[in-house]
Ligand binder design. Sequence first.
Ligand code: PNS
Length: 162
Amino acid sequence: MLRLAIYPGSFDPPTLGHIDVVERASRLFDELVVAVGVNSSKNPFLTVEQRIEALQACTKHLPNVRVDQFKGLLVNYTLEQGARAIVRGLRATADFEYEFQMAMVNRRLCDEVETVFLMTKWEHSYLSSSIVREVAMLGGDYSEMVNPEVAPIIASVIASRS
Ligand code: PNS
């Protein structure tokens, strides 16, 4: 049986931590779908298309990884894709409560889908998309927080806003 997993997130923007989780999850599963959650009520920094472009550029060296987007419930999307596992990265204890709640809700909605947690690398443990957005919007250097493929996409958004 093909072991397929979904790695969902907002990825606004994808950080080094996200790509590290993608790389490690791609070694555990036969196929990994990195799924950008489309939330129309949020005011995003990068468009969904820019996030997909960034994720595709950062994962092009991983033949068993593809990038997609989803709307609605994650468990429904997971089942539609034929997957039974959701991958999430954990940075520190601060992530645990939110991740625990999300995993429990998803299990309540669908008992067939398991959430698998991967610990982020120590050197990326301080990183988050919101930190990158804040540094970028305040004119700071974010180049060591994201993959080289992502930096120009962020730069173009900053330039278009100024
Ligand atoms: O990177 P994020 O913002 O922590 O990702 C959150 C995401 C997109 C995985 C989460 O909001 C999600 O699964 N949204 C889809 C709606 C859903 O299924 N909600 C029930 C589980 S909380």
